[in-house]
Design a protein around this ligand. Structure first.
Ligand code: SF4
Ligand code: SF4
Ligand code: SF4
Length: 181
């Protein structure tokens, strides 16, 4: 026979539901906690496929943080424009996921570029120096600056700080080798 549901019964049902949700949350947290041993090894393998441009276009602070996010399942394998579609395929293979071309929302895929400073316009302000993640720019304050093309990864991070807009990105057709020593 039907009987009216009491406030106490509703409260008990809500409490039980909250308990189940809590238990599921705890189980999920345990599962996430258990992953890192494997995640770290996978992240290292993913990182080895990345171009190490450290440009941040993937929306992560650099290649290794992006690799970590992929290994945790928090990022897809098609977010790295400098790596191009070939890298996206390699990452997808490591993750056991469907291979997709790079999502152009993260940036254009193009041939490697290097930064070149127009030394006739450089005012030597040195603002580009700290922006370069690989120390490819040399120069002292109030002196002309230049880019060591063989070190430049083409990340473009030096462009915004330049107050006179004298840094251009050019296709790296032939990068001269570093001198010995
Ligand atoms: S977009 Fe690619 S190259 Fe740039 S930081 Fe991310 S993983 Fe590295
Ligand atoms: S010189 Fe500019 S483009 Fe080249 S690696 Fe440094 S910040 Fe990136
Ligand atoms: S930020 Fe521009 S002007 Fe300043 S040192 Fe670098 S290239 Fe020269």
């Amino acid at each position: 026979m039907d009987h009216p549901v009491s406030v106490l019964e509703i409260a008990a049902a809500a409490s039980a539901a909250a308990g189940i949700a809590g238990a599921l949350g705890t189980a999920l947290r345990r599962r996430i906690d258990r992953l890192p041993a494997d995640v770290d090894a996978l992240a290292a393998r993913l990182d080895a496929e990345l171009p190490q441009t450290q440009c941040g276009r993937c929306t992560y602070a650099g290649c290794r943080p992006y690799a970590d996010a992929m290994a945790r399942g928090a990022a897809g394998p098609n977010q790295c424009p400098p790596g191009g579609d070939h890298t996206a395929r390699a990452l997808a293979r490591l993750l056991g996921r469907e291979a997709l071309p790079v999502d152009r929302a993260y940036g254009e895929v193009r041939a490697p570029y290097v930064a070149v400073i127009d030394e006739t316009r450089c005012i030597g302000c040195a603002r580009c120096l700290p922006a370069c993640p690989v120390d490819a720019i040399v120069g002292a304050k109030k002196r002309m600056h230049t880019v060591i093309a063989a070190l430049c990864t083409g990340c473009e991070l030096c462009l915004p700080p330049c107050p006179v807009d004298c840094i251009a990105m050019l296709p790296c057709v032939a990068i001269p080798p570093l001198p010995d020593g």
